[in-house]
Design a binder for this molecule. Structure first.
Ligand code: FAD
Length: 528
């Protein structure tokens, strides 16, 4: 279709003003097929997050000071920013700087009031942004580094992580625990700041970590707050100012760097770090707007979908009546032709809406992605991971006088055993040697290869992480600098990288945040 002149002009004007299409319009169809209407917290075809989800943009901003010296440079804080905003409004200056995503021409015209300036602006004070802030501050002491976060309370995800205990990392992290971009690329970044370095870093901040049997590392205090407070303190000690709530609406390119804009006003920056996370649990402040900012620099955003997310079943499915029951089970994604695509074994939790627990969360991103590609893909559960249908059938043949429920009850919780018998239409009192061949086969399949009629997932509101984002092919892996816009760095969940449950996602945030922080600091260089 050929656009009319008027449409072209409209498009250019839209681009000039930094207006970009809502994320969901661009990832349209994400929840089509079997996932249509599946998400409880997210409208299937999108719609922008509500104002409530975005956090109270209009609440008074808070400043966590780094060097006191910087306050003068910032002006006198909130009041000064408001005065500037008012001056800008009164003078008729545009509320957004003119050139979106492209270099502004000198003909821009003089500004009536200068924007506050920083050497480095980091957007997002989550795990990755705070890590970048600490290391940028340490790399170039004396430089002015500002972190802007849209949330009233930044670092919310650190606080809710690991059930409030924050699973900081895992004792063994390699790229095989991740998906999204290529594992080779992910490994390169992970190697820049590995697990021993993470442990030493937190130790230095006064946060001891202890290992659980599963390999997960938690703070010895058992409190996520310890981790967040230590990071905020370390950023402050490194001379970084953390300002919030300061949601960034758009970023534009100017000859001297970037202009970062929100409803609160503008910020000039020579270097920029985008650490806005993904779009999971949007009420924490990570509402996906970072993707739109990245798009203004022509970055690709790969298909975005919830990961580490519980899966839903029809309301009347027998599993929903087993709510609260946990077993070790194997979940397997199978193609339309029955080929195994991926599988996870681990603790599986039956809930009133369907299934959750580590094995389900881990498989969710592979299942969702596979279904997006081919709606005929299935998910199979094996309640007895050591068995196949054949071995279990043989076992049933061998139990003789023992009845089915007696045998199953030794292997599985009674409620589950009874439910599986009912599902297979087998009387649980039937002795093994009286079981009809078809009943035996039916029961063996229900126990070891039950096809789950998954109706969807619990959506971004319940997803621990977002799959998709900026592909690592568009990033210089030794620095996390954008290949498309020099001076722009990215780190954390905004990248097309998502890890398994167990501390892997934070390890990605630490490693990529460290790399971006050190590199942006070095690029800025010491104050002359
Ligand atoms: C319930 C839950 C439990 C989890 N538990 C664990 C765990 O135990 N271990 C683990 O490894 N991982 C866990 N994760 C995943 C982990 O929390 C994330 O992968 C990690 O926090 C990502 O860090 P990030 O800094 O990239 O993004 P985020 O932590 O999402 O931080 C992004 C920040 O950017 C801000 N922001 C976003 N857009 C803007 C904007 N336009 N302007 C200004 N600021 C903006 C947000 O307010 C936010 O503070 C959990 C996630 C959830 C939801």
């Amino acid at each position: 279709m050929v656009a009319t002149d008027a449409e072209c002009l409209q498009a250019l004007e839209t681009q000039r003003l930094g207006i970009v299409a809502p994320l969901d319009a661009r990832v349209g169809g994400l929840f089509s097929g079997p996932f249509a209407g599946a998400s409880e917290d997210h409208p299937p075809q999108g719609g922008k997050p509500s104002a409530a989800e975005r956090g109270p943009e209009n609440s008074p901003p808070t400043r966590e000071h780094g060097h006191a010296r910087k306050q003068g440079e910032l002006g006198s804080g909130r009041m000064a920013d408001r005065t500037r905003a008012n001056a800008s409004r009164k003078s008729g200056a545009p509320s957004s700087p003119p050139a979106a995503g492209s270099r502004a021409q000198p003909s821009e015209g003089p500004r009536t009031a200068p924007h506050p300036r920083a050497d480095i602006v980091i957007v997002g004070a989550g795990a990755a942004g705070l890590m970048a802030a600490v290391w940028a501050g340490r790399a170039v002491p004396g430089r002015r580094i500002v972190v802007l976060d849209g949330a009233r309370k930044p670092g919310a995800k650190i606080l809710i992580a690991g059930g409030g205990r924050c699973n900081v990392t895992h004792d063994h992290v390699d790229a095989s625990a991740f998906a999204g971009s290529s594992r080779k690329a992910i490994e390169k970044v992970l190697r820049r700041f590995d697990v021993p370095q993470t442990v030493a870093f937190f130790e230095e901040l006064g946060v001891g970590l202890e290992r659980e049997e599963t390999g997960k590392l938690f703070p010895t205090t058992g409190r996520a707050r310890t981790v967040l407070d230590a990071l905020l303190r370390a950023a402050r000690d490194a001379g970084v100012d953390i300002l919030h709530p300061r949601r960034v609406e758009s970023v534009t390119t100017v000859p001297r760097g970037f202009v970062v804009t929100g409803r609160w006003g503008h910020f000039d920056a020579r270097h920029l770090v985008l650490a806005t996370g993904g779009t999971s649990v949007p009420k924490t402040g990570s509402d996906g707007h970072g993707y739109e900012i990245a798009r203004t620099f022509r970055h690709t955003i790969t298909r975005v979908f919830p990961a580490l997310v519980p899966l839903t079943l029809p309301k009347d499915h027998f599993i929903t009546r087993l709510s609260g029951l946990t077993v070790d089970a194997t979940l397997e994604v199978v193609s339309a032709t029955g080929k195994r695509l991926s599988s996870f074994t681990g603790s599986t939790l039956c809930t009133h809406f369907g299934l959750s627990g580590p094995s389900v969360l881990d498989i969710s991103r592979f299942y969702i992605e596979a279904v997006l590609d081919d709606p005929r893909v299935g998910l199979i559960i094996n309640w007895l991971p050591k068995h196949t249908p054949e071995t279990f059938e043989n076992e049933l043949l061998d139990i003789g006088h023992t009845n089915v429920s007696g045998h199953l009850g030794r292997l599985l919780p009674d409620r589950l055993a009874a439910a599986l018998c009912a599902f297979s239409n087998v009387d649980p009192k039937t002795p093994g040697h009286h079981l009809q061949r078809d009943d035996r086969k039916m029961l063996a399949r229900a126990v070891t290869r039950l096809l789950l009629p998954i109706t969807g997932n619990r959506g971004f509101g319940h997803a621990e992480v977002t799959a998709g984002g900026i592909p690592l092919t568009e990033i210089r892996l030794d620095t996390m600098e954008s290949r498309l816009r020099p001076g722009l760095y990215v780190c954390g969940e905004i990248c097309d990288v998502d890890g398994r449950i167990g501390g892997f996602n934070f390890q990605w945030a630490w490693a990529s945040g460290y790399t971006a922080g050190v590199s942006v600091g070095r690029a800025e260089g010491p104050r002359s």
